[in-house]
Design a protein around this ligand. Structure first.
Ligand SMILES: Cc1cc2nc3c(=O)[nH]c(=O)nc-3n(C[C@H](O)[C@H](O)[C@H](O)COP(=O)(O)O)c2cc1C
Length: 224
Protein backbone atom coordinates (compact mmCIF):
# COMPACT_ATOMS: atom_id res chain seq x y z
CA UNK A 1 0.00 0.00 0.00
CA UNK A 2 1.26 3.45 -0.91
CA UNK A 3 1.39 6.08 1.80
CA UNK A 4 -1.05 8.17 -0.23
CA UNK A 5 -3.49 5.26 -0.33
CA UNK A 6 -3.25 4.82 3.42
CA UNK A 7 -3.87 8.56 3.85
CA UNK A 8 -6.80 8.64 1.47
CA UNK A 9 -8.50 5.59 2.97
CA UNK A 10 -7.92 6.48 6.62
CA UNK A 11 -10.97 7.98 8.14
CA UNK A 12 -12.46 7.99 11.58
CA UNK A 13 -14.60 4.89 11.86
CA UNK A 14 -17.36 4.96 14.47
CA UNK A 15 -18.88 1.50 14.03
CA UNK A 16 -16.77 -1.64 14.07
CA UNK A 17 -17.44 -5.31 13.46
CA UNK A 18 -16.67 -7.72 16.27
CA UNK A 19 -14.07 -9.56 14.13
CA UNK A 20 -10.99 -9.86 16.31
CA UNK A 21 -7.69 -8.06 15.92
CA UNK A 22 -4.73 -10.19 16.96
CA UNK A 23 -2.07 -9.18 19.44
CA UNK A 24 0.50 -10.16 16.78
CA UNK A 25 -0.91 -7.67 14.28
CA UNK A 26 -0.94 -4.91 16.89
CA UNK A 27 2.63 -5.75 17.82
CA UNK A 28 3.77 -5.39 14.20
CA UNK A 29 1.93 -2.07 13.94
CA UNK A 30 3.42 -0.76 17.19
CA UNK A 31 6.93 -1.89 16.34
CA UNK A 32 6.72 -0.16 12.97
CA UNK A 33 5.10 2.97 14.43
CA UNK A 34 8.09 3.19 16.79
CA UNK A 35 9.98 4.55 13.75
CA UNK A 36 7.96 7.76 14.08
CA UNK A 37 10.11 10.84 14.62
CA UNK A 38 10.26 12.75 17.88
CA UNK A 39 12.22 15.85 18.83
CA UNK A 40 15.52 14.77 20.42
CA UNK A 41 14.35 11.19 19.85
CA UNK A 42 12.56 11.38 23.23
CA UNK A 43 9.87 8.94 22.07
CA UNK A 44 7.58 10.41 24.75
CA UNK A 45 4.59 8.17 24.01
CA UNK A 46 3.27 5.46 26.27
CA UNK A 47 0.58 3.05 25.15
CA UNK A 48 -1.72 0.56 26.84
CA UNK A 49 -3.07 -2.14 24.54
CA UNK A 50 -6.45 -3.52 25.53
CA UNK A 51 -7.82 -6.73 24.06
CA UNK A 52 -10.42 -9.28 25.12
CA UNK A 53 -11.35 -9.21 28.80
CA UNK A 54 -8.98 -6.32 29.49
CA UNK A 55 -10.80 -4.17 26.93
CA UNK A 56 -14.18 -5.26 28.23
CA UNK A 57 -13.24 -4.47 31.79
CA UNK A 58 -12.36 -0.86 30.98
CA UNK A 59 -15.66 -0.50 29.09
CA UNK A 60 -17.48 -2.02 32.06
CA UNK A 61 -15.80 0.27 34.59
CA UNK A 62 -16.58 3.38 32.57
CA UNK A 63 -20.20 2.26 32.12
CA UNK A 64 -20.41 1.86 35.89
CA UNK A 65 -18.97 5.33 36.45
CA UNK A 66 -21.40 6.83 33.95
CA UNK A 67 -24.32 5.79 36.14
CA UNK A 68 -23.39 8.60 38.52
CA UNK A 69 -21.39 10.77 36.14
CA UNK A 70 -22.91 10.42 32.63
CA UNK A 71 -20.50 12.81 30.94
CA UNK A 72 -17.44 11.90 32.96
CA UNK A 73 -15.20 14.38 34.71
CA UNK A 74 -13.21 17.42 33.68
CA UNK A 75 -10.33 16.27 31.49
CA UNK A 76 -6.80 16.91 32.63
CA UNK A 77 -6.18 19.15 29.64
CA UNK A 78 -8.31 21.33 27.36
CA UNK A 79 -9.55 19.07 24.58
CA UNK A 80 -10.41 22.24 22.67
CA UNK A 81 -9.43 25.85 23.35
CA UNK A 82 -11.98 27.22 25.86
CA UNK A 83 -12.87 30.13 23.53
CA UNK A 84 -12.56 28.52 20.12
CA UNK A 85 -12.58 31.16 17.38
CA UNK A 86 -13.30 31.06 13.65
CA UNK A 87 -12.68 29.29 11.33
CA UNK A 88 -12.17 26.41 13.78
CA UNK A 89 -15.48 26.82 15.58
CA UNK A 90 -17.47 26.43 12.35
CA UNK A 91 -15.40 23.48 11.24
CA UNK A 92 -16.14 21.72 14.49
CA UNK A 93 -19.84 22.50 14.22
CA UNK A 94 -20.00 21.31 10.60
CA UNK A 95 -18.34 17.93 11.22
CA UNK A 96 -20.72 17.25 14.10
CA UNK A 97 -23.75 18.12 11.99
CA UNK A 98 -22.46 16.07 9.04
CA UNK A 99 -21.82 13.07 11.29
CA UNK A 100 -25.26 13.08 12.93
CA UNK A 101 -26.90 13.70 9.53
CA UNK A 102 -25.57 10.33 8.30
CA UNK A 103 -27.73 8.74 11.01
CA UNK A 104 -30.67 11.12 10.65
CA UNK A 105 -30.25 12.44 14.19
CA UNK A 106 -31.41 16.08 14.35
CA UNK A 107 -29.81 18.72 16.53
CA UNK A 108 -32.78 18.81 18.90
CA UNK A 109 -32.53 15.11 19.68
CA UNK A 110 -29.91 15.51 22.39
CA UNK A 111 -30.67 12.09 23.85
CA UNK A 112 -29.99 10.29 20.57
CA UNK A 113 -26.81 12.31 20.08
CA UNK A 114 -25.60 11.51 23.57
CA UNK A 115 -26.42 7.85 23.11
CA UNK A 116 -24.37 7.72 19.94
CA UNK A 117 -21.51 9.70 21.49
CA UNK A 118 -21.37 7.34 24.44
CA UNK A 119 -20.35 4.62 21.98
CA UNK A 120 -16.90 6.21 22.31
CA UNK A 121 -16.63 4.54 25.69
CA UNK A 122 -17.23 1.15 24.11
CA UNK A 123 -14.56 1.76 21.48
CA UNK A 124 -17.53 1.91 19.07
CA UNK A 125 -17.61 -1.87 19.20
CA UNK A 126 -13.96 -2.36 18.17
CA UNK A 127 -12.30 -5.42 19.72
CA UNK A 128 -9.03 -3.57 20.33
CA UNK A 129 -8.39 -0.35 22.15
CA UNK A 130 -5.33 1.73 22.85
CA UNK A 131 -4.90 4.28 25.60
CA UNK A 132 -2.14 6.87 25.16
CA UNK A 133 -0.48 8.52 28.12
CA UNK A 134 2.58 10.74 28.47
CA UNK A 135 4.84 12.00 31.21
CA UNK A 136 3.55 15.35 32.51
CA UNK A 137 6.95 17.01 32.16
CA UNK A 138 6.48 16.90 28.39
CA UNK A 139 5.77 20.14 26.53
CA UNK A 140 4.08 21.18 23.28
CA UNK A 141 6.81 19.62 21.16
CA UNK A 142 6.21 16.21 22.69
CA UNK A 143 2.44 16.47 22.22
CA UNK A 144 3.20 16.91 18.52
CA UNK A 145 5.46 13.84 18.68
CA UNK A 146 2.67 11.83 20.24
CA UNK A 147 0.31 12.98 17.49
CA UNK A 148 2.74 11.84 14.81
CA UNK A 149 3.05 8.50 16.54
CA UNK A 150 -0.71 8.10 16.59
CA UNK A 151 -0.94 8.98 12.91
CA UNK A 152 1.68 6.31 12.15
CA UNK A 153 -0.46 3.77 13.95
CA UNK A 154 -3.56 4.86 12.05
CA UNK A 155 -1.82 4.64 8.67
CA UNK A 156 -0.22 1.29 9.45
CA UNK A 157 -3.63 -0.02 10.51
CA UNK A 158 -4.82 0.61 6.95
CA UNK A 159 -2.01 -1.57 5.62
CA UNK A 160 -3.44 -4.38 7.74
CA UNK A 161 -6.99 -3.83 6.52
CA UNK A 162 -7.93 -2.19 9.80
CA UNK A 163 -9.58 1.11 10.64
CA UNK A 164 -9.26 3.38 13.63
CA UNK A 165 -10.99 6.03 15.70
CA UNK A 166 -8.73 8.34 17.70
CA UNK A 167 -10.68 9.19 20.83
CA UNK A 168 -10.13 12.13 23.11
CA UNK A 169 -13.49 11.17 24.61
CA UNK A 170 -11.61 8.84 26.93
CA UNK A 171 -9.94 11.86 28.56
CA UNK A 172 -13.15 12.56 30.50
CA UNK A 173 -12.71 9.22 32.23
CA UNK A 174 -9.07 9.67 33.16
CA UNK A 175 -9.56 8.66 36.79
CA UNK A 176 -11.21 5.35 35.88
CA UNK A 177 -8.46 4.68 33.35
CA UNK A 178 -5.73 5.70 35.78
CA UNK A 179 -6.98 3.37 38.47
CA UNK A 180 -7.61 0.41 36.17
CA UNK A 181 -4.42 0.66 34.10
CA UNK A 182 -2.32 1.80 37.06
CA UNK A 183 -1.19 4.91 35.24
CA UNK A 184 1.32 6.65 37.53
CA UNK A 185 0.52 10.14 38.84
CA UNK A 186 3.30 11.69 36.75
CA UNK A 187 1.56 10.67 33.52
CA UNK A 188 -1.35 12.38 31.81
CA UNK A 189 -4.06 10.33 30.12
CA UNK A 190 -4.23 11.86 26.66
CA UNK A 191 -6.63 9.79 24.60
CA UNK A 192 -7.71 6.43 23.31
CA UNK A 193 -7.98 4.77 19.94
CA UNK A 194 -10.36 2.09 18.72
CA UNK A 195 -8.90 -0.37 16.21
CA UNK A 196 -10.79 -2.97 14.27
CA UNK A 197 -12.64 -3.85 11.11
CA UNK A 198 -15.05 -1.19 9.86
CA UNK A 199 -18.72 -2.02 9.67
CA UNK A 200 -19.37 -0.72 6.18
CA UNK A 201 -23.12 -1.14 6.59
CA UNK A 202 -23.23 1.46 9.38
CA UNK A 203 -24.46 4.83 8.03
CA UNK A 204 -22.02 6.77 10.23
CA UNK A 205 -19.10 5.18 8.44
CA UNK A 206 -20.22 6.74 5.14
CA UNK A 207 -19.03 10.10 6.49
CA UNK A 208 -16.14 11.60 4.57
CA UNK A 209 -15.05 14.71 6.40
CA UNK A 210 -14.40 17.84 4.42
CA UNK A 211 -11.09 19.70 4.29
CA UNK A 212 -10.34 23.35 3.86
CA UNK A 213 -8.57 24.14 0.59
CA UNK A 214 -4.84 24.42 1.20
CA UNK A 215 -4.96 28.05 0.03
CA UNK A 216 -6.68 28.84 3.36
CA UNK A 217 -3.60 28.02 5.37
CA UNK A 218 -0.58 27.58 3.10
CA UNK A 219 1.59 30.59 2.36
CA UNK A 220 3.96 30.28 -0.55
CA UNK A 221 7.15 32.28 -0.96
CA UNK A 222 8.97 31.47 -4.14
CA UNK A 223 10.93 34.57 -4.87
CA UNK A 224 12.18 37.50 -2.84
C1 LIG B 1 -6.56 13.42 18.77
C2 LIG B 1 -7.92 13.16 18.20
C3 LIG B 1 -8.97 12.86 19.04
C4 LIG B 1 -10.25 12.57 18.53
N1 LIG B 1 -11.25 12.22 19.38
C5 LIG B 1 -12.43 11.78 18.89
C6 LIG B 1 -13.42 11.23 19.76
O1 LIG B 1 -13.26 11.20 20.97
N2 LIG B 1 -14.54 10.73 19.20
C7 LIG B 1 -14.75 10.74 17.85
O2 LIG B 1 -15.80 10.25 17.41
N3 LIG B 1 -13.83 11.26 16.99
C8 LIG B 1 -12.68 11.75 17.48
N4 LIG B 1 -11.71 12.23 16.63
C9 LIG B 1 -11.93 12.19 15.18
C10 LIG B 1 -12.11 13.55 14.53
O3 LIG B 1 -13.41 14.01 14.75
C11 LIG B 1 -11.80 13.36 13.02
O4 LIG B 1 -10.45 13.04 12.87
C12 LIG B 1 -12.11 14.60 12.18
O5 LIG B 1 -13.46 14.93 12.23
C13 LIG B 1 -11.69 14.37 10.73
O6 LIG B 1 -12.36 13.23 10.21
P1 LIG B 1 -11.58 11.97 9.65
O7 LIG B 1 -10.68 11.45 10.72
O8 LIG B 1 -12.65 10.98 9.29
O9 LIG B 1 -10.79 12.42 8.46
C14 LIG B 1 -10.46 12.59 17.13
C15 LIG B 1 -9.39 12.92 16.28
C16 LIG B 1 -8.14 13.18 16.81
C17 LIG B 1 -7.00 13.50 15.86
Amino acid sequence: MKVSEALHTRKTVRAFKTDPVSAETLKVILETAARSPSGGNLQPWRVHVLLGDARNELVRRVAEKRKTSPMGETPEYHIYPPELTEPYKSRRFRIGEAMYATMGIPREDKMARLKFFSGNWEFFGAPAGLIFTMDRQMQQGQWADLGMYMQSIMLLAREHGLHTCPQEAWAVHHSVIREYLEVPANEIVFCGMAIGHADDTAPVNSLISERAPIAEYVTWRQSA
